[in-house]
Design a protein around this ligand. Structure first.
Ligand code: PLP
Length: 399
């Protein structure tokens, strides 16, 4: 007689401990409505509304025509890694070569590879809050514990004091994202330097995500942690992406730059997951990093104009309040003055109300660690921004 075991779907603690990316969930909801033909003004997406510059796409097409459609070296082609290293040498004086670089399928993959390579069970990793949604989950997936360092509204700039205040003997590293998604905060060079020195003195890493490096406005200055790489090569690791600067989200190409031992570890993980990023995307990225495309500055100019229009327009709506962020392409207005009206009681119900009543999609701030705010992406046309603002205003007036 055989004992019958009822089959069940068993999932690991590793995966049940993390959430599906909440920004993806909102995009899915909005996409579902759009798919049904509903006219939604979508302020959700974290991706440029522009096409990839023509010269970059052409390089991708040429790669296909030339038969560059095979596996490449695991960490990316030598030509691409040389170009990335040269860019960091030129811009920040970092003494790095191709051995310091790994290219992968988006910045997200390289963040994951680096975190899996550096964070052990029981380690704590400090993340300024509000934060980009994937940082805490990636840390948790690696067995670590995210520890949040509160930043102060309205600018939300991370400071050395706020990081040091939550440090402990279990601190393994700090993740700084500047310019920040969702707040647009740009860290000051002096604070970043102090944080790097603090990390170095306690043998912790500083993982610097500069995905939005190109998007700073109105005199704000972006400074990369790579400026301090030569003094602290064991400490500073940078992740960057082609996605936002070059409007290349769908090409899936990002990279990490850091100590060769960390890069080798990340490559080892990558060799067992995706092997190498797409050969075609690498050819396109090489073109983007080697020759200036005029569209990149045009996109920056467009974001700058939208931001200049949108900040006062949002502040003119009763109950919404936001600062003019120094970077990225998001506003992070405080909306809690509306809580308690109708069914709106938190950032989730606020976003749901706007989707139902105004057909406007925004991302609830709770996804980023603040329930008092929502994220509005201005990676959309001026016409849609105007339409969205009118709709939000009308919907909130009804409350
Ligand atoms: N880092 C931040 C802060 C982001 O907002 C994103 C994307 O939204 C990424 C990294 C990853 O970008 P990708 O994987 O497209 O390179």
């Amino acid at each position: 007689m055989t004992t019958s075991i009822k089959p069940s779907v068993r999932l690991t603690r590793r995966v049940t401990g993390i959430r599906i990316s909440p920004t993806i969930a909102v995009m899915n909801n909005a996409q579902e409505l759009i798919g049904r033909g509903v006219d939604v003004v979508d302020f959700g997406p974290g991706e440029p509304d522009f096409q990839t510059p023509q010269s970059i796409s052409a390089a991708g097409k040429r790669a296909i025509d030339k038969g560059q459609t095979k596996y490449t070296s695991n960490a990316g082609t030598k030509a691409l890694r040389d170009a990335i290293a040269a860019r960091y040498q030129r811009r920040w004086g970092a003494r790095v070569t191709a051995d310091n670089v790994i290219a992968g399928t988006g910045g997200k993959q390289e963040l994951f590879n680096v975190i899996l390579s550096t964070v052990e069970e029981g380690d704590e990793v400090i993340i300024p809050s509000p934060y980009w949604v994937s940082f805490p989950d990636q840390v948790q997936f690696a067995g670590g514990t995210p520890v949040f360092a509160a930043t102060a509204a309205p600018k939300f700039r991370p400071t050395f004091e706020s990081i040091a205040a939550v440090g402990s003997e279990r601190t393994r590293g700090v993740i700084i994202n500047s310019p920040c998604n969702p707040t647009g905060a740009v860290i000051e060079a002096s604070e970043l330097e102090k944080i790097i020195e603090w990390c170095s003195a306690r043998d912790a890493f500083l993982l610097f995500d500069e995905t939005y490096e190109f998007f700073v406005y109105h005199g704000a200055q972006h400074v990369s942690a790579m400026r301090w790489y030569n003094e602290h090569p064991e400490t500073v690791i940078t992740v960057n992406s082609m996605s936002k600067t070059f409007a290349m989200t769908g090409w899936r190409l990002g990279f990490a730059v850091g100590h060769p031992n960390i890069i080798s570890a990340a490559s080892k993980i990558q060799s067992h997951s995706t092997s190498n990023p797409s050969s075609i995307s690498q050819a396109a990225a090489l073109e983007a990093l080697s020759h200036d495309a005029p569209e990149v500055e045009e996109m920056h100019q467009a974001y700058s104009e939208r931001r200049a229009w949108l900040v006062p327009a949002i502040n003119a709506i009763d109950g919404l309040c936001c600062t003019d962020p120094d970077g990225a392409f998001y506003l992070f207005p405080e909306v809690k003055a509306v809580y308690g009206k109708g069914k709106v009681r938190d950032s989730n119900s606020f976003a749901q109300y706007l989707l139902d009543e105004a057909r406007v999609a925004v991302v609830p701030g709770i996804a980023f660690g603040s329930d008092d705010h929502v994220r509005i992406s201005y990676a959309t046309s001026m016409d849609r921004l105007r339409e969205g603002v009118l709709r939000i205003e009308a919907a909130l007036r009804k409350l």
